[in-house]
Design a protein around this ligand. Structure first.
Ligand code: URA
Length: 241
């Protein structure tokens, strides 16, 4: 990636404004003043500073962990509602970020935002079985029938036969709070699975995608970039590396 293009994309400015920054001597690459707009940045290696502000390293792809708040929709754009990408757009104005997997508007928790279409595809591909873990509050206690049904594979009201899934009580003193693990992604899957047992879902929070847990330091609406180890762990979970 050329330096002038990187600056334009990262800062949301025009290419000619980014060249002006460079020729005015306001840009450093790896701690060294750089006045050449056509400098090639090393993927994951170059650290860029513009007008004293560190922009981090150049990355081919961006991977963000967002704690989705209730009421925000899992889409790139929406005419009525705030979307998960709206929450990060200011920091990545030129990146075409999208959610790799959706949560309902009323659900909360871990949404992975990225522009790496290959990884998103692999994480969502039905054959790859990357597990996702949810904390769910039911309006009725978990029963043995539900547990056995989930383990065998629930048949939804419309006849869809689902793969086996895990469900367990989080705390024996509160049988309405359960942890669910899914290895597929069907629209409103958890709500529809409990619906088969006439149980309603009062709250649903995604805690983990594959081996990566939602960072407990992130308040609803907050996000951070995934670490290199987390990105590698996700790629490993898809079986691609
Ligand atoms: N299952 C649901 O019903 N809703 C979600 O948001 C995620 C899984």
């Amino acid at each position: 990636m050329r330096l002038d293009r990187y600056l334009a994309e990262r800062l949301g400015i025009t290419r000619s404004d980014s060249r002006k920054l460079i020729t005015k001597g306001q840009v450093m690459v790896n701690g060294v003043l750089c006045k050449k707009a056509d400098t090639q940045l090393d993927e994951n290696a170059a650290q860029v500073t513009a007008a004293g502000r560190s922009l981090g390293g150049y990355q081919k792809y961006v991977y963000l962990m967002l704690n989705k708040p209730e009421g925000v929709v899992s889409a790139s754009r929406d005419r009525r509602d705030t979307t998960v990408t709206d929450l990060v757009r200011e920091d990545f104005p030129r990146r075409q970020l999208f959610p790799a997997g959706r949560l309902d508007k009323t659900s909360t928790g871990f949404v992975l935002l990225t522009d790496d279409g290959g990884l998103a595809h692999d994480l969502l591909a039905p054959g790859r079985h990357v597990p996702k873990r949810y904390l769910v509050t039911l309006d009725t206690p978990l029963t043995e029938r539900m547990r056995a049904g989930f383990a065998a594979g629930v048949t939804l009201a419309d006849g869809t036969q689902l793969a086996p899934a895990g469900v367990e009580a989080v705390d024996p003193r509160d049988p309405c709070r359960v942890r669910v693990e899914l290895r597929q992604g069907v629209y409103h899957q958890i709500k529809r699975m409990f619906g088969v047992y006439d149980a309603g879902v009062n709250a649903l929070h995604r805690e983990a995608i594959g081996p990566v847990e939602l960072d407990p330091a992130l308040a609803p609406g907050e996000w951070r970039e995934l670490s290199g180890e987390e990105v590698s762990a996700l790629k490993e979970a898809t079986g691609k590396i």
